[in-house]
Write a new protein. Structure first.
Length: 249
């Protein structure tokens, strides 16, 4: 079941005619919610008979939630049938680093990596996990398609007057000169800034109770793994809809 329509606003910002864009924020291993979001999008496409539909995913596909492996399977399968853009989140960046560096394992586990290990049937010892052994076990368990997916992620995506990114941007820096570190990790001073960034920044990374829609940015991370809800942003021209799938916990 889908929740009520949360918001529809008109802005000067728009995407080109003939395109409908669907953006999904931080999934964090909530594969069932992602499947519900795809059902919602499919219904919308069938109902509106829109032209070119673009799916944009804002990163943090893994960790914390119950099924990171199935989440990546769903995303990879979806991209075979639908034009899709995958932005890199800080959690994907950490996993890629963990697969090369044993010393980062404790940091990843603190950020929810244990749930990802379990989804790949890699057992985590209760005490003193051996980083090198876990890294080798995960590397072996990770399907080639998943490895290729993780290396193919992009730092950002632009469509019309919208700039899609995982975390946000650094105020005072042109969008074309943003560092990947900020694009994946920043909170402040981005969240409190009222700066006109030149485009509306669509992001996740910082969970909010309801999607946060402002003139200069839109946050669609509603904390799926904790709340049982996942937001889908729909943009047609200058019309913006945000709908949530799932049921609040």
């Amino acid at each position: 079941m889908f929740s009520r329509l949360l918001s529809r606003i008109d802005q000067r910002a728009r995407i080109p005619d003939g395109i409908v864009l669907y953006a999904i924020g931080d999934i964090h291993g909530c594969a069932d919610l992602l499947a519900d979001a795809f059902d919602l999008i499919d219904q919308d496409i069938a109902r509106t008979r829109s032209g070119r539909a673009i799916h944009v995913f804002l990163g943090d596909y893994i960790d914390r939630g119950p099924d990171s492996r199935r989440t990546l399977d769903l995303l990879i399968t979806r991209a075979r049938a639908h034009e899709s853009v995958f932005v890199r989140g800080n959690h994907e960046s950490i996993l890629s680093d963990v697969l090369r560096r044993d010393d980062l394992l404790p940091d990843w586990l603190r950020l929810g990596g244990a749930a990802t290990l379990m989804s790949y049937d890699v057992l985590l010892p209760r005490a003193n996990p051996e980083a090198a052994l876990l890294r080798r076990s995960l590397s072996k368990a990770l399907p080639r398609a998943h490895s290729e997916f993780l290396t193919s992620l992009r730092p950002s995506f632009t469509c019309g007057d919208f700039f899609f990114v995982h975390a946000g941007v650094r105020p005072g820096v042109p969008l074309s000169h943003q560092s990947e570190e900020d694009l994946m990790w920043i909170r402040e001073p981005f969240l409190s800034s009222s700066e006109d960034f030149g485009k509306v920044v669509v992001h996740g990374h910082t969970p909010v109770r309801e999607p946060d829609i402002r003139d200069h940015r839109i946050n669609i991370d509603v904390g799926a793994y904790a709340t049982g809800r996942l937001a889908v942003l729909v943009i047609r021209g200058h019309d913006i809809d945000i709908r949530c799938v799932g049921r609040p916990r």
